[in-house]
Design a protein around this ligand. Structure first.
Ligand SMILES: Nc1nc2c(ncn2[C@@H]2O[C@H](COP(=O)(O)OP(=O)(O)OP(=O)(O)O)[C@@H](O)[C@H]2O)c(=O)[nH]1
Ligand SMILES: [Mg+2]
Length: 284
């Protein structure tokens, strides 16, 4: 399943990011902590390459804490500072603010040495849809000024938000890249909620999720759906989906069962799962 789209507004949004880049002092790249690799937009990465930037691993409340630590080390080794955040429950905000101020300390010192008063630092928030960009900015501002929602494509335009930290924050619409070549990346994006539900086929995504859990979170999978180990070993993943569909009482409605499984993943029925495994992307 190769997912392909390029709605006009995504193209426009990308150009807008490029335009604004000259004006800002720092870029805050927001990724989903459940998929810190797959939720990075390679097109945006290219654009921001030359700019000071940090990575925010948001939705860390949904991700596997051990893997989040591994990813932070991984980014650090690549030369990019990162911080984990749970914007929903407002956890990690202090560290984020310290990191932003720390990264901009040269700039701030320069303003102060030159006697510039009332200076404004400008930060731009970028990332794929639904990773929590607007929620994070609301947290930094301290009130709900940006519109948020649990679906991709909520923010339609760039908006400047003022904070009393002397920082102006630019909220931007989530941007996906034109063509997702790696089917696994597509599955993970669908699972996380970055892609509109009508674009992907739920059984492909559910089978991907079941297969991933069979490999990395087998106990959690068996517990949640009361699956016997022997049954699990004796069936292929598509067979497992068929068996579960019956077990849920959905007869042969695999779509309905698949949507339930996807929902269960999102609602932590199997605990906190991270779908990107550090190292997996560098093997040849
Ligand atoms: N569990 C959890 N949910 C979060 C977190 N941050 C944001 N959310 C939820 O994720 C959904 C999307 O948040 P938004 O802030 O609208 O995301 P966005 O990146 O601005 O999305 P677009 O504007 O569509 O690109 C909302 O339902 C938020 O409540 C978090 O740290 N943890
Ligand atoms: Mg938004």
């Amino acid at each position: 399943m190769v997912m392909q789209w390029y709605p006009g507004h995504m193209n426009k949004a990308k150009n807008q990011v490029q335009d604004r880049l000259k004006m800002v002092d720092i870029v805050l790249e927001i990724v989903d902590a459940r998929l810190p690799f797959s939720s990075r937009n390679p097109v945006l990465e290219q654009i921001i390459d030359q700019k000071k930037h940090i990575i925010i691993l948001n939705k860390s409340d949904l991700a596997d804490p051990k893997r989040t630590k591994d990813w932070k080390v991984n980014f650090e080794q690549e030369g990019t500072k990162s911080v984990e955040l749970d914007a929903k429950h407002n956890k990690g905000l202090g560290k984020l603010k310290d990191l932003i101020r720390g990264e901009l300390s040269d700039k701030i010192a320069k303003y102060e040495a030159n006697g510039v008063k009332n200076y404004r630092i400008k930060a731009m928030c970028i990332g794929i849809p639904n990773v929590g960009k607007s929620t994070i900015l609301n947290r930094i501002v301290g009130k709900n000024v940006a519109v948020t929602g649990n679906r991709p494509g909520v923010t339609k335009n760039q908006n400047w938000l003022k904070t009393d930290l002397g920082i102006d924050l630019l909220d931007t619409p989530g941007i996906l890249w034109p063509k997702i070549d790696d089917p696994k990346v597509g599955m993970k994006l669908a699972l996380s909620g970055a892609i509109k539900d009508k674009i992907y086929s739920p059984d492909d995504v559910a089978i991907y999720a079941l297969n991933f859990m069979e490999t990395y979170y087998i106990d959690e999978l068996m517990d949640a759906y009361e699956i016997d180990r022997t049954d699990l070993y004796n069936s292929t993943t598509p067979e497992l989906l068929m068996n579960l569909t019956k077990k849920f009482g959905y007869k042969d409605d695999y779509d309905k069962a698949s949507r339930k499984i996807i929902n269960d993943v999102r609602k932590l029925r199997f605990g906190r799962i991270t779908f990107d495994v550090p190292g997996e992307f560098y093997e040849e």
